[in-house]
Design a binder for this molecule. Structure first.
Ligand SMILES: [Zn+2]
Ligand SMILES: [Zn+2]
Length: 593
């Protein structure tokens, strides 16, 4: 299987949506348009917003189990506006909806292929109804007979069949349509792409499928809203997770200045607010065009739980002394891409530590402490070798564009039969186009998935993963040992020469790196003995495989401290990447198809 396994439709650029949102780029005009729109399923986010020009709270749509998708007629177009319908036309639609292909075929023989292009009194084509009903046979028939499968409805919203299939989560229909050449980013008249429609209705499997087929998450509708805005507004936190994994900007404002967080607070979806706060460090107090922050919106709509959550989160961030896990993030490298820690380390060793050692320490102590000096030099050589290897070595990147990913994407249309589909969906990385084994994670800084992701280390400026973890361990251990020697030398110099500013500074600096080195060494040993990565250690609550049935911490990988420790150093690098145990969920489900 090659990279091209997936038929990606020819129009994948933003152009397909652009033509629509270029129609009316004025947010104010749109704000006026939307509240009067007869649409409700695809209805405007902003009809309900205080930000829009019509901001009466009465216009606010009810949130929660708001599923207008069973009432498509009422939603999207008014009957009677699309010319007369003949009996024959009515008959075609009846037969289509009944799925009676033989009868349709007979009708086509009698009246010609044009009968497949007719529209009903609402302006829909036969393909629309096949898509809505999820009738694969009918859709296949339409495609085989060259019936139109990508026409917009004549109603206000102008949805295409692919939008209806996404709305209902009929992924198999989406697959057929894409194969027949429909653009994966095809927009309706409001600029809604199939991905946005799937996000709006919480169809995570369909959305994952679309992402796998090249759907772009950053496209916007006529209000500047992305799929993520829609997912946040409609309360589909699992879609937020999916889109975040697809590399979508989490805090992009729409034309009203609303970020996804604003919309989740507005509509009162606690799980979405939590998910957004969890995913990366998004700004908590951005202001929309009316100067409102998400917290103010939540307050004015009386979403007490959201207000509480946001206040707790803000309090946590405002604390003067960061909590333990954030201190840890400083040591282990936070989400940033800073070269600061690396520069600090290099400068203090090369510009300060070594000159001091050569010019001050050696002349005084060489003859007295010769054995210690040999050890110190030896450990320095080891330190630099391990630093170079840890920095240069592939930490265990998973292959991109993997066959497993495309196989999984291909299986999504049949996901309804999958018991653990969410587990599988959450393990697809749409950035790397790979299927992540357990314990692998996508590193935002390297922008690659790393097997056995431990953390992204700012001191070695590389990820720490399966293939370089022992080199990282060796490096931090060398730092700890060398700094201990430095302390020893500095004390000796002070004892001989008396207290001097240079020695005291050297002592303090060595103390800092020595502390850091031993903390990192000890935690590395601890993690190795527990068979746990740093990432799992701090986020174990997020990983279901680290919990037993009662929700308590339980590590299925641990084989006792000694074996774990040996395995940390000796495990052959590829054993885990290809271990079927790590794919078992996937394989089990594939078997059961
Ligand atoms: Zn990835
Ligand atoms: Zn990384």
């Amino acid at each position: 299987m090659g990279k091209q396994v997936y038929p990606v439709s020819p129009v994948t650029g933003p152009g397909s949506a652009k033509s629509v949102w270029e129609l009316s780029p004025e947010p104010d005009v749109l704000g006026h348009l939307l509240p009067n729109s007869p649409l409700s399923g695809h209805a405007s986010l902003h009809a309900s917003q205080p930000t829009s020009s019509k901001s009466s709270p009465r216009g606010r749509r009810p949130c929660g189990p708001d599923r207008p998708d069973d009432n498509v007629y009422a939603d999207e177009a008014g009957p009677g506006s699309n010319g007369p319908t003949t009996d024959e036309t009515r008959r075609v639609f009846e037969l289509l909806r009944a799925g009676d292909i033989e009868a349709i075929d007979a009708l086509v023989e009698k009246s010609g292929l044009a009968i497949l292009s007719v529209r009903d009194e609402w302006g829909y084509t036969p393909a629309h109804w096949a898509a809505l009903d999820g009738n694969i046979e009918v859709m296949r028939y339409l495609i085989e007979r060259n019936g139109p499968v990508d026409l917009s409805c004549l109603g206000t919203q102008g949805p295409r069949p692919i939008h209806w299939a996404c709305r209902k989560g009929h992924t198999a229909i989406v697959q057929l349509l894409l194969k027949s050449g429909v653009a994966v980013n095809a927009a309706d008249l409001k600029g809604l792409t199939p991905l946005m429609t799937a996000s709006m209705f919480g169809r995570s499997a369909t959305a994952a499928f679309l992402l796998g087929c090249g759907a772009l998450g950053q496209l916007t509708d006529i209000n500047g809203d992305t799929a993520l805005h829609w997912a946040a507004y409609k309360g589909h936190s699992e879609l937020i997770r999916l889109l975040a994994h697809g590399g979508v900007d989490l805090q992009r404002p729409d034309y009203f200045g609303s970020t996804p967080l604003h919309l989740a607070c507005l509509s009162g979806h606690l799980s979405c607010v939590r998910m957004l706060c969890e995913k990366g460090k998004i700004e908590l107090e951005p202001r929309d065009k009316n100067g409102k922050t998400p917290l103010q919106l939540a307050k004015s709509h009386r979403h007490a739980e959201i207000v509480k959550l946001l206040q707790v989160e803000m309090g946590r961030r405002d604390r003067w002394i960061p909590p333990l896990n954030e201190l840890w993030a400083l040591l282990f490298g936070g989400a940033g891409n800073s070269k600061g820690p690396l520069l600090l380390f290099m400068c203090s060793v090369l510009l300060w530590g070594y000159p001091m050692y050569l010019l001050k320490c050696i002349p005084i102590t060489w003859n007295l402490l010769r054995g210690s000096h040999y050890c110190f030099i030896y450990w320095n050589i080891v330190m630099w070798i391990s630093w170079i290897v840890a920095n240069r070595k592939d930490p265990g990147y998973l292959p991109q564009n993997s066959d497993t990913y495309y196989r999984a994407i291909k299986q999504i249309p049949y996901f309804d039969k999958w018991k653990k589909r969410n587990t599988v969906l959450s393990r697809l990385c749409h950035s790397c186009k790979c299927f992540r084994p357990l314990r692998a994670k996508h590193c935002r800084i390297c922008n690659r998935c790393v097997s056995y992701f431990d953390h992204h280390c700012p001191f070695i400026y590389n990820c720490v993963g399966l293939k370089n973890r022992m080199w990282f361990f060796l490096f931090v251990m060398c730092v700890a040992i060398n700094c201990s020697f430095t302390l020893y030398f500095a004390c000796y110099c002070i004892a001989i020469e008396g207290i001097q500013l240079l020695y005291v500074l050297g002592l303090l600096e060595a103390l800092f790196f020595c502390g850091l080195g031993w903390i990192l060494t000890c935690t590395s040993v601890l993690h190795a003995c527990m068979n746990l990565t740093t990432n799992e250690m701090f986020n174990y609550k997020r990983y279901s495989y680290l919990r037993d049935k009662r929700g308590k911490y339980w590590n299925p990988f641990s084989r006792g401290p000694v074996l774990n420790f040996i395995e940390f150093f000796l495990c052959p690098s590829d054993q885990y990447a290809n271990d079927s145990q790590h794919y078992h969920i996937f394989h089990d489900d594939m078997m059961s198809l």
